[in-house]
Structures are given as structure tokens and as C-alpha cells.
Design a protein around this ligand. Structure first.
Ligand code: SAH
Length: 409
């Protein structure tokens, strides 16, 4: 019988200095012998987030109002206030009978996120929010204005179980999945802030959503899918954001990439690859112990075939660890082997911790990496490093605020 084990993508003969992810404990580790510990277990939450209209489709919202003895047909107006006017304040809802406004809002628009911090960076074009949820758990989102778009980076989980050693959230472990409405509330608040001119440059329309905040969206698949529905469907169901402006970023849960391809929502898939060979990726991305680079790239290519959406390959460049030109060539070969024009590569300068092995590549090394990919015909765009002065990389703000509060108590 054929051996069904995946073929491992090996590194060719090594050239250049090689720093390994195991040379130091994970970034932010609290003990010197700390090891990345991958976990798919979702801890049992202490209680459930209050039910919110964004957890339900329109029919579900009508049903919920009916069960509460309120007029079901008001679900439509309530939904439009939420998804079109970005409000949950009864005083704004003058088209609803004054006697019912509060009851309707109490029933379907509970307060889910309270703001702990809002930090501005990049001359006011970036705002990083730290939110506290009903149970005291904290998550972040980052709002970024660009010339041609305004993007929100949302969290899908509090903490993360994927344990990537260079990622601040990865060191926290997973606290819990966010409810659909906890994800959607991040978007509603950012959409209101953009509209109200809180970003430098005046009022803006929130146009793009990326699932690149805290957490692994695929581990929270059951709440991710309804969140994508609320994002893409037009009012009164949802915000009506184009699927092509939504990016779901994953560390590589292959079966769920395949499932996402069948959901009929052609969102952009981003794959956090960070290494083209299993030898390095096994240590850099712990989930590689389950699904190898070859399987992941096959699934990503299937996603492209099924949706027509070009896949983003994320590659955080880490000095002397994964930034060798031969790795750029190996990556290009692996992509080209599967077809042309189906993927583009996003090298990301690592949010560095000077003095540790987790530092970003030297500029000329980064340039050589990019040139190698481009020479091989791969579209390559270096990701800008928005918000790095406000602990922009995922999980860093939450970790920093927690440390400050510990110092103060
Ligand atoms: N779990 C998902 C989404 C969250 S992380 C995923 O892994 O894709 C979003 C992106 O930020 C990922 O590509 C992740 O690898 C990257 N990232 C994490 N820590 C980083 C750091 N210190 N510097 C640069 N990118 C980082």
C-alpha cells in the first residue's frame, strides 16, 4: 500500500549562518526552559458572553424579540441601527417608539466591549484598542488608515493555543474563543470611530477587515463563519463589506482551510508560512507537527482554485533564522510547482526584540529575499510595520498593559 505520510520538504544543503527557534526560550517566556506548547483544547469559559443580535441572523433576532414579548418586526430597524449607523444607543433610535427603545436594546444590544486603552500612532493614522470583555478577559484590535482603504485588524480569540515562539499572543495560551458578536463589536466600534473622524485625515469608511489580531481564527471556526456572514451580508443582516476586502489569516489548520473553501464566501486567505522547509517550520510553527508545508500549500492552492482569490503567504523575516536567499528560492519553487499567479508573498519585518534571537532581518538581506522571489516571478510586497511603536504586533499591547498593572498593584 502507498505510504500516505506527507513528503517532508527538506532544506537543501545549508548555506549561511543558521539561528534556530530552539536556541532560546520563546519570546516573552517566563522561565528559561519554557517550550512552545501547542494546544487545540478550548478551555471551558467562565460563563457565556451575553447574547447579542450579531450572534443571530435576522430570523433569529426576530425570534428572540418574540420570545421576550417584544415586536419581532422591530428586529429589522434595530439591525439597521447597529450595522448601518453603528449605534447601540437607544437615544439614537428615533424611529422606534420611545417606550420600547430601551427594552429592545436591553434585549439584543448588550454592552460587550469596554475600552481599556486607545493608543494612537503613525501621526494618528493608527489606533490600537484594548478591550475588556464581560468576564474581564482582554483583547486588542488595530485600526489603520491607508491612502486607499481603512483596515481593522480584529481578534478572534483571547490568547492563542498555537504557541508560535516569536508571537506575544502565542506565549499566553488560549483563554477562550470570542463569541461572534464579540468579534463583530470590534468592527462596529471601529466603523463608528472611523466615521466620526477619530483617525487623522478626517472621517473614513471602514473598508477592510483582517483576522490578524489575537488568536487563531480557524480554532474558533464555529463563531468565525457567522462573523463572516455578518461582515459580508448587507443590512439589515450585516455590514455589507465585500468578501474580497476580508482576510482570514491562519497558521495552517489544513482541514479547516478546505472547509472554508466550501462556505461560498470568497474571503482572502492568508497563510502564516514563515518557513518553506519542514525542518525549520517544525520548530517555528508548532502546528507544523500536524500538517506539513506541502499539505498546507496544497490546501492553500485548492482554496485559490475554489474561490478565485489569490492567497497571501505571510513570512515574518527573522534574522539568520528564515531570511536566507535559498529559502526565498525554495519558497518560490514550492509556489511555482503548484501554478502561477495563485499566491503572493508578504514578507513582514519581524516586530523585533533587540538582543534576542527574535530580531528582524538586515535591510539588505530583506531586499535580497524580496528580489529572489520577484526574479522567480512571485508577486511580493513587504508589509508595512504599522503601530510598532504602540506594541503593534499581536498580543503585545495586552501583555504590556498586564505587566504595567502588575507593577502598580
Ligand atoms: N493565528 C493567525 C492570525 C494571528 S497573527 C495566524 O497565525 O495567521 C497575524 C500575523 O502576525 C501572523 O502572520 C503572525 O505570524 C504574525 N506575527 C506574530 N508575531 C509577530 C511578530 N512579532 N512580528 C511580526 N509578525 C508577527
Amino acid at each position: 500500500m502507498a505510504d500516505s505520510r506527507p513528503v517532508s520538504i527538506a532544506a537543501p544543503r545549508r548555506r549561511g549562518r543558521q539561528v534556530l527557534p530552539t536556541d532560546q526560550p520563546p519570546e516573552g517566556a517566563t522561565s528559561p526552559d519554557a517550550k512552545p506548547r501547542l494546544s487545540f483544547a478550548v478551555p471551558v469559559a467562565k460563563g457565556k458572553a451575553p447574547r447579542h443580535l450579531a450572534d443571530l441572523d435576522l430570523a433569529g433576532r426576530k425570534q428572540a424579540l418574540k420570545e421576550a414579548g417584544l415586536p419581532a418586526f422591530r428586529a429589522d430597524q434595530l439591525s439597521r441601527h447597529y450595522f448601518t449607523h453603528f449605534t447601540r444607543n437607544p437615544a439614537d433610535m428615533t424611529d422606534l417608539p420611545a417606550s420600547q427603545r430601551t427594552a429592545l436594546c436591553d434585549e439584543l444590544l448588550p454592552d460587550l466591549l469596554s475600552q481599556v486603552r486607545a493608543l494612537k500612532a503613525d501621526q494618528g493614522k493608527t489606533i490600537k484598542y484594548l478591550w475588556e470583555l464581560f468576564d474581564g478577559v482582554r483583547v486588542e484590535s488595530v485600526l489603520m488608515r491607508y491612502k486607499d482603504r481603512t483596515t481593522l485588524c480584529v481578534s478572534s480569540e483571547a490568547g492563542c493555543g498555537m504557541a508560535c515562539p516569536f508571537c506575544a499572543t502565542g506565549q499566553m495560551g488560549l483563554t477562550r474563543n470570542l463569541s461572534t458578536a464579540e468579534i463583530i463589536e470590534q468592527v462596529r466600534q471601529a466603523a463608528a470611530a472611523s466615521r466620526d473622524g477619530e483617525l487623522a485625515g478626517g472621517p473614513a469608511r471602514l473598508s477592510n477587515i483582517v483576522f490578524m489580531g489575537m488568536g487563531e481564527p480557524m480554532v474558533n471556526y464555529k463563531n468565525l463563519i457567522p462573523a463572516l456572514h455578518r461582515l459580508t451580508q448587507s443590512a439589515p443582516e450585516g455590514f455589507g463589506i465585500s468578501a474580497r476586502n476580508i482576510t482570514v489569516s491562519t497558521v495552517g489548520l489544513v482541514p479547516l482551510i478546505k472547509k472554508l473553501a466550501t462556505e461560498g464566501m470568497p474571503v482572502t486567505l492568508a497563510v502564516s508560512l514563515h518557513a518553506p522547509d519542514d525542518e525549520l517550520r517544525d520548530d517555528l510553527i508548532p502546528v507544523n507537527s500536524r500538517w506539513k508545508v506541502g499539505q498546507l500549500l496544497d490546501a492553500a492552492h485548492e482554496y485559490f482554485e475554489a474561490t478565485g482569490r489569490r492567497v497571501s503567504i505571510e513570512y515574518a523575516l527573522i534574522e539568520d533564522m528564515n531570511d536566507h536567499a535559498w529559502r526565498a528560492q525554495l519558497l518560490a519553487d514550492e509556489l511555482n510547482k503548484r501554478g502561477h499567479g495563485w499566491a503572493h508573498v508578504n514578507p513582514i519585518p519581524l516586530n523585533p526584540t533587540p538582543g534576542s534571537i527574535w530580531t528582524c532581518s538586515r535591510p539588505q538581506v530583506q531586499q535580497e529575499f524580496v528580489n529572489t522571489l520577484r526574479r522567480a516571478g512571485i508577486t511580493t510586497t513587504v508589509r508595512d510595520t504599522r503601530g510598532s511603536d504602540i506594541d503593534g504586533a499581536c498580543g503585545q499591547l495586552a501583555a504590556e498593559v498586564l505587566q504595567q498593572e502588575r507593577r502598580l498593584s
